[in-house]
Design a protein around this ligand. Structure first.
Ligand SMILES: [Mn+2]
Length: 367
């Protein structure tokens, strides 16, 4: 009896499902879980560290400006020293999963035969897909039909940043020896993925042939997707991936802008502080001027009142002091110098007034 083969991209990647960390899934027979075959299992952070750690460290070492370093800490800045966190956060959505199965749930083949086929299929997966780093691979024997989950981090070289990036299209293009060009994706389906899928399907067919099982086209009902459905999904997927890459770039750009704006804001704050000090200095000076001006006015008033007793010389003195004050005030002489000058002048006038009084008294005396 011929056997169908299916290889397709998983729609919702769940390491928790693959690793049986979720208990109580209705389609899982947990009494059989011990027969599952774990082929690869890596801690996500450790795995990313293995792939990108060195490149990131090297990149950061080369950065003269601290703000050019790649932010690899999480939003709260914790997870002490785990520099890879930010990288994981940015790349998690670009991880890919493949589901592989031989046959279907109600064919006559034994589950152990299917397990053997899956193992043989996986044997050289890593060698033939050097850009797809397998983070998790497991054969589930405890669901309706044996199948394999392969979770990969697709890695490609890039001229920018640390020199490595997570991108399925770029990774596939690189391992297929094609120069990556985003416009190629718009044509039909996703040429990189279609080529990869053909390559893997050929491997599956070879495995069947080796085991003397004839290959049959899928029935398109369950795990197989029709070509048009498949193309629709793949073009949506590549569109979303392009959008995601685009948004990541925009977000990174905005982060840089915020940093620059923040620095500008700080320098403006410092300028405002400096100006505030200058204003308060000027206000103090102004109040000193006002006070000395008031004193002079009061003094001149006093002089006017004294005129009745001491004659014209007092008016002269008062006017002189007022004029002196006005001149100094208009020349922006400092309050201290104004007070000094006016004080000396006032003292001179007091002497003169006293002398004139003596003269008047003397005159009176002589008369
Ligand atoms: Mn499963």
């Amino acid at each position: 009896m011929a056997m169908t083969t299916s290889i397709h991209g998983g729609s919702k990647l769940s390491l928790a499902h693959n690793r049986r960390l979720i208990l109580g899934e209705p389609h899982v027979d947990y009494t059989k879980s011990h027969t599952n075959v774990v082929l690869e299992r890596h801690d996500r952070h450790q795995f990313y560290k293995q792939i990108f750690g060195e490149a990131i460290e090297e990149y950061n070492k080369k950065q003269v400006r601290k703000d050019r370093e790649i932010d690899v800490y999480d939003s709260k800045g914790n997870i002490s020293g785990e520099k890879i966190v930010g990288w994981v956060r940015r790349s998690k959505g670009k991880e890919r999963e493949f589901l592989v199965a031989f046959g279907h749930s109600n064919d006559l083949y034994d589950d152990d035969v299917k397990k053997k086929l899956l193992l043989e299929y996986y044997e050289n997966f890593v060698e033939r897909n050097p850009n797809l780093r397998v983070m998790d691979a497991v054969i589930h024997m405890d669901e309706a039909q044996p199948h394999m989950h392969i979770v990969v981090v697709p890695v490609a070289e890039t001229a920018r940043g640390v020199g490595l990036k997570v991108s399925m299209d770029a990774a596939l293009a690189e391992q297929q020896g094609i120069t990556f060009d985003r416009s190629m994706k718009k044509k039909k389906g996703n040429p990189f993925f279609l080529k990869f899928r053909d390559q893997e399907l050929e491997v599956a067919k070879r495995v069947l042939k080796k085991n003397n099982i004839p290959f049959a086209e899928g029935d398109k009902r369950k795990v197989h997707l029709s070509t048009s459905e498949y193309k629709k999904i793949m073009s949506t997927l590549s569109m979303l991936e392009a959008k995601n890459e685009e948004l990541t770039e925009v977000v990174d750009g905005l982060k840089t802008e915020i940093k620059i704006a923040d620095r500008e804001l700080n320098s403006k704050k410092r300028t405002i502080e400096k100006l505030t000090y200058e204003v308060s200095d000027l206000e103090l000076e102004r109040s000193l001027f006002t006070e000395s001006r008031e004193s002079v006015i009061q003094f001149s008033e006093l002089m006017r009142r004294m005129q009745r007793h001491y004659g014209e010389i007092v008016v002269e003195a008062a006017e002189d002091l007022l004029m002196t004050f006005r001149r100094l005030w208009e020349d922006s002489v400092s309050p201290l110098d104004i007070v000094k000058t006016l004080g000396n002048k006032a003292l001179n006038w007091v002497h003169e007034i006293k002398n004139s009084r003596d003269v008047v008294e003397q005159d009176e005396w002589e008369r």
